[in-house]
Design a protein. Structure first.
Length: 246
């Protein structure tokens, strides 16, 4: 899909559809570094700070009083309030759920020697796909600032996009990924491959088989708060409420 076609798809997004882009990011350690015990939290935190630095031109003023907030990618992704007509569950979160997912590779060892690589996956949902160039620049800036307390520096070496074929793919199949961004040249060909999910069709197909249970595997410790206090007895309500607020 070329940039013009992708832009047309994203700007004419029906309410019954959800667009999704999935990328695999490869980072290169500029010196020996040790990944945090739970790299997902560190990656998301460092990325968020870098993303604001990349897009914000107004300095330390509060986002809610900024005249540019309606056109600001940071505000739309991190600070936008929930619309008045949103479901009650979202109303209680105070802000729109983040339209991106950063998934670190938890299978590798924490120590990364200088020159070696480590990876993470990035999933963008809906209009967030248009902000992909900001995501790439933010990860570059994040790498310059460094990871964790030791401020270990790294570089975004490349990004590969998952190629969706008729909406079917195997995430574990490396042949499904195509080169998208090269850190050496800094070039990326417009927007990545986009999967168009027809939500109404999915809902209709699942109506014949009602969902009675789900199984969730936690790969890292989970820390949730409810009404200002740590959750010690996890319920489905608390889990999904906090997921919506993430």
């Amino acid at each position: 899909m070329n940039a013009t076609a992708a832009h047309s798809v994203l700007t004419n997004l029906p309410s019954s559809h959800l667009h999704l882009a999935h990328l695999r990011l490869r980072f290169q350690a500029l010196a020996d570094l040790r990944l945090p015990s739970y790299p997902g939290s560190a990656l998301r935190s460092g990325f968020g700070h870098a993303f604001r630095k990349v897009v914000c031109t107004m300095g330390p003023i509060p986002c809610e009083t900024c005249l540019l907030r309606s056109a600001c990618p940071y505000y739309q992704l991190f600070e936008a309030p929930v619309p008045a007509n949103a479901p009650m569950l979202l109303q209680k979160t105070g802000h729109v759920p983040h339209a991106f997912i950063i998934t670190p590779d938890t299978s590798r060892k924490r120590f990364v020697a200088g020159g070696e690589s480590f990876t993470a996956k990035l999933t963008l949902l809906g209009p967030a796909i248009r902000s992909l160039p900001y995501f790439l620049m933010a990860f570059q800036l994040f790498g310059q600032a460094g990871l964790g307390r030791a401020k270990n520096q790294f570089a975004l070496a490349n990004a590969e996009a998952l190629s969706f074929l008729d909406g079917v793919h195997e995430a574990a199949d490396t042949s499904s990924y195509v080169s998208y961004y090269d850190g050496a040249t800094g070039l990326a060909p417009g927007l990545p491959p986009i999967l168009n999910l027809m939500l109404k069709t999915i809902s209709a197909s699942q109506a014949h088989e009602p969902l009675t249970s789900i199984q969730i595997h936690l790969q890292t410790p989970l820390r949730l708060k409810a009404r200002g206090e740590l959750v010690t007895q996890l319920t489905a309500r608390e889990f999904f409420f906090n997921s919506a607020a993430a």
